[in-house]
Design a protein around this ligand. Structure first.
Ligand SMILES: *[C@@H]1O[C@H](CO)[C@@H](O)[C@H](O)[C@H]1NC(C)=O
Ligand SMILES: *[C@@H]1O[C@H](CO)[C@@H](O)[C@H](O)[C@H]1NC(C)=O
Ligand SMILES: *[C@@H]1O[C@H](CO)[C@@H](O)[C@H](O)[C@H]1NC(C)=O
Ligand SMILES: *[C@@H]1O[C@H](CO)[C@@H](O)[C@H](O)[C@H]1NC(C)=O
Ligand SMILES: *[C@@H]1O[C@H](CO)[C@@H](O)[C@H](O)[C@H]1NC(C)=O
Ligand SMILES: *[C@@H]1O[C@H](CO)[C@@H](O)[C@H](O)[C@H]1NC(C)=O
Ligand SMILES: *[C@@H]1O[C@H](CO)[C@@H](O)[C@H](O)[C@H]1NC(C)=O
Ligand SMILES: *[C@@H]1O[C@H](CO)[C@@H](O)[C@H](O)[C@H]1NC(C)=O
Ligand SMILES: *[C@@H]1O[C@H](CO)[C@@H](O)[C@H](O)[C@H]1NC(C)=O
Ligand SMILES: *[C@@H]1O[C@H](CO)[C@@H](O)[C@H](O)[C@H]1NC(C)=O
Ligand SMILES: *[C@@H]1O[C@H](CO)[C@@H](O)[C@H](O)[C@H]1NC(C)=O
Ligand SMILES: *[C@@H]1O[C@H](CO)[C@@H](O)[C@H](O)[C@H]1NC(C)=O
Length: 416
């Protein structure tokens, strides 16, 4: 190497060292712009400063590049804020830290890495802004065990109204990708979720999104690849609209589970899903409640909840290679490993319509509907005439009141 080349290499290295810096915040009028560190340090302090400085009538730009997220974030009470995510937020893999520091959902003992909330918010990922949860370490750590304590939800949207989340990518979520709670009038569109394990460990509990205590939430143009519920409505969800979505590998749309807290009244009502494509999922959509018997306690145990799930309408689905069938109703969910008790729940399911479905299931039966003896289900209306199957065309039913189709036999026990 000649002297000139050596010098320039040294100068280049010097330059690198001299400009190495932590994440920075620049404020210009009502725009806060955060740039990532280039020394590998935690970018959370800079991001939190941006949310503090630009919490009202402002724009927060999270710029291009990779941001190291090593600390929990709580950014709530925002008012008329646009978040413009251009880079990638990369969550650290310190399992000990996250399990100890997670922020509470205040339900099911679950926690999150980021609690976000406010009103009149636009959170725009522009189609490329990315949450990378580095979930593989969590899939391997849990190794198929359900609801491992402290495994963090990537993002909780809490106490949020009149807001839109659009164009955001979520890859390798640590646990559920999103939970929405205590929120109203939200549109979440053009959302990409992909949690795929590259080891033998499953992606159990990588739900796409779960709603709680929320009303008028629309999900449009989602692509969800995962190993659990694709989109789920849980306690006290109403007026939920799901349109133009595609689901791969997960369980499909899940109404529930619900009824996990003994003697506690909860409901799910008016859920509509239309123009949905489901590929290699377990079902296209299903409804699940806990039994009426209390065994253990949440998140993995419980039961005995009361209330209702009503006005569930699924239509215009294209399906391919679903493993267990098009749909099920189960009221048999109980503590890990427990069986039976399917007839004990008083949680009432009614007015469930599933029509205009085209495509294939790879086995199982068309539908297995196990309503509780203590809460027979009226208003169940299924039309699966255009579904092709290699299995039986069974529509097995227990305690379905006046079905408008012919039940081929009694429902079989299904624990999830
Ligand atoms: C919202 O904030 C923007 C600045 O980002 C401002 O121009 C606009 O007037 C605000 N809207 C309301 C209703 O205050
Ligand atoms: C992981 O987090 C724990 C708890 O905060 C901390 O004690 C430990 O030093 C961290 N490990 C690394 C490698 O940063
Ligand atoms: C929503 O706001 C209520 C009332 O301030 C609070 O108790 C609750 O913890 C918030 N939810 C979350 C998930 O932070
Ligand atoms: C609830 O979560 C905490 C930590 O997140 C854990 O220590 C505790 O064991 C959990 N409780 C249950 C019942 O799982
Ligand atoms: C439901 O939320 C949307 C925003 O996604 C809003 O435009 C609409 O007005 C809300 N509907 C009602 C009845 O409040
Ligand atoms: C999800 O990610 C896996 C692994 O990176 C990839 O093979 C697959 O094509 C992705 N799926 C979608 C729908 O993008
Ligand atoms: C049910 O939800 C839909 C949106 O999916 C909404 O348009 C409709 O008004 C709701 N029905 C009632 C009775 O609230
Ligand atoms: C469940 O609730 C019922 C009704 O309040 C009560 O009688 C029963 O003892 C509760 N069971 C448990 C295990 O807490
Ligand atoms: C449920 O559907 C019935 C019949 O379509 C309708 O009258 C009722 O308003 C709906 N209720 C809700 C909460 O959407
Ligand atoms: C159909 O699903 C099975 C699992 O049930 C899977 O092994 C197979 O690869 C899928 N076929 C296609 C064409 O994706
Ligand atoms: C039915 O089984 C045949 C032979 O195994 C297979 O080629 C075909 O793809 C299967 N069809 C469905 C809908 O699973
Ligand atoms: C179909 O129903 C019959 C009669 O109930 C039952 O023997 C058979 O096992 C069912 N097949 C499947 C795949 O569920």
């Amino acid at each position: 190497m000649n002297l000139l080349a050596l010098l320039s290499t040294a100068q280049f290295l010097y330059l690198l060292v001299s400009v190495a810096h932590a994440g920075t915040l620049t404020k210009n009028g009502d725009v806060c712009t955060v740039s990532p560190s280039d020394d590998g340090s935690d970018d959370t302090p800079a991001i939190l400063s941006a949310f503090a400085e630009c919490s009202q009538d402002a724009t927060i730009v999270i710029d291009k590049g990779t941001f190291n997220i090593e600390t929990v974030m709580e950014t709530v009470g925002l008012q008329n804020v646009t978040v413009d995510l251009r880079g990638t937020l990369l969550w650290s893999t310190n399992i000990t830290y996250w399990r100890g520091a997670g922020l509470p959902l205040n339900y099911l003992n679950m926690t999150s890495a980021w609690v976000f909330g406010g009103s009149d918010i636009t959170f725009n990922g522009n189609g490329y802004g990315t949450f990378d949860g580095q979930g593989q370490v969590w899939y391997d750590f849990a190794d198929g065990a359900g609801n491992v304590a402290g495994r963090p939800i990537s993002l909780i949207i809490a106490n949020t109204t009149n807001s839109r989340f659009t164009g955001i990518r979520f890859v390798q979520s640590q646990f559920w990708t999103m939970a929405i709670t205590q929120s109203e009038n939200l549109l979440l569109d053009h959302i990409y979720v992909n949690s795929t394990s590259n080891s033998s460990a499953s992606t159990l509990n990588t739900d796409g999104v779960d709603t709680f205590f929320s009303n008028n939430i629309t999900f449009r143009y989602w692509s969800v690849t995962n190993g659990d519920d694709s989109i789920s409505q849980k306690a006290n969800s109403s007026n939920i609209l799901i349109q133009d979505c595609v689901f791969y590998n997960g369980n499909g749309i899940a109404v529930g589970s619900i009824g996990q807290y003994n003697d506690t009244y909860e409901f799910i009502t008016n859920v509509t899903a239309e123009r949905v494509v489901a590929i290699n999922t377990v079902w296209a959509g299903y409804i699940k409640t806990w039994t009426g018997e209390v065994e253990g306690y949440p998140p993995n145990g419980g039961g005995g909840g009361i209330g209702y799930a009503s006005n569930i309408t699924f239509r215009d689905f294209a399906i391919a290679n679903l493993t267990n069938g098009v749909t099920e109703i189960t009221q048999c969910i109980s503590y890990n490993g427990d069986t039976g008790g399917c007839g004990t729940s008083t949680f009432a399911i009614s007015d469930y319509t599933f029509e205009s479905v085209f495509g294939t299931i790879s086995g199982g039966s068309l539908a297995n509907l196990y309503c509780s003896n203590n809460a027979p289900c009226p208003g169940i209306d299924l039309d699966f005439a255009n579904v092709v199957t290699n299995g039986t065309r069974n529509l097995t039913c227990s305690n379905v009141v006046n079905p408008d189709f012919e039940c081929t036999g009694p429902a079989y026990y299904s624990p999830y």
